[in-house]
Design a protein around this ligand. Structure first.
Ligand SMILES: C[S@@+](CC[C@H](N)C(=O)[O-])C[C@H]1O[C@@H](n2cnc3c(N)ncnc32)[C@H](O)[C@@H]1O
Length: 257
């Protein structure tokens, strides 16, 4: 390592997708980086606006592309910090929401490299919110619960069952592939008329949105591309979406023909 190089790492939350939803502090950090290691869910538009002299390395884990293991990412962070100085680890949403930030921090700090975290706007809130779905609403829901449906071994998390038994707004990340099973599980505890929505690529140009009730979920979601990242929101607050009643009325009309 050259003596003038000061290794340091900043974990930055890039926000949910729309390039303008990064924080000012996050933007300043990436503009002052020597190297940016970025995830699959980070906006290409945001990266294209960053000075071309800053080294940008893709370290995503999306299926279909080369997948970097967590160990490889940890090593790249440390190697690049020693070689180039300031590494920004740019992560989708907020680094601490299903982001494995703690592992990256622990590994980096074990080499004596200082780490700073700049929070980001999590897709868990931004995707529903930008669609006009409130996470809480007086009289409808007094809490929201952000969860992943399945555990490491692929079985349902107990949290999903507990949340389904309460009246909380359920916000499920990394669950689109298991959508049918999730709906089936939640339907054991909640009314068939409970509203749900699936938002994929939220806040991006290619955002898609479907809305329905647990009862008609199978037909509503039949055309979803399950390979795209998405958020499932289940709860009475979803019926606050402007198109909920209109779509329900249309479906009732068609089903009675
Ligand atoms: C590994 S988690 C990372 C979450 C991220 N740290 C955050 O705070 O948004 C990835 C999951 O977040 C959700 N996700 C992230 N960005 C999204 C977006 N723009 N639209 C919908 N879902 C998104 C999807 O459920 C995806 O599978």
């Amino acid at each position: 390592m050259k003596s003038s190089i000061k290794a340091k790492v900043t974990l930055v939350g890039a926000g949910p997708g729309d390039k303008d939803l990064i924080t000012l502090k996050g933007l300043k950090a990436i503009q002052n980086a020597d190297v940016i290691l970025f995830d699959a869910l980070v906006s290409e538009e945001l990266l294209s606006e960053i000075d071309a002299s800053i080294i940008k390395i893709y370290v995503g884990k999306r299926c279909g592309k080369h997948s970097f293991s967590q160990e490889e990412i940890n090593t790249l962070i440390v190697e690049n910090a020693f070689k180039h100085g300031h590494v920004v680890r740019l992560k989708g949403g907020d680094p601490f929401v299903f982001g494995r930030a703690s592992e990256e921090i622990l590994y980096t700090e074990s080499f004596g490299i200082p780490v700073t975290v700049i929070p980001g706007v999590s897709s868990a809130i931004a995707a529903p919110s930008s669609q006009g779905i409130p996470m809480t609403k007086r009289g409808l829901s007094s809490s929201f619960w952000v969860m992943t449906a399945t555990k490491r071994d692929g079985t349902f998390s107990e949290d999903l069952k507990f949340a389904a038994q309460s009246s909380t707004t359920m916000v499920i990340l990394m669950g689109v592939r298991k959508l049918n099973e999730i709906i089936k599980e939640v339907s054991k505890y909640r009314s068939a008329l409970t509203a749900f929505a699936v938002i994929q690529n939220g806040t991006l140009q290619n955002e898609t949105f479907v809305i329905g009730t647990l009862a008609n979920a199978a037909s509503v979601t039949s055309n979803i591309n399950k390979a795209e990242p998405g958020i499932i929101v289940i709860g009475d607050v979803v019926s606050e979406h402007p198109s909920f009643f209109e779509e329900e009325v249309q479906r009732m009309l068609y089903s009675s023909l």
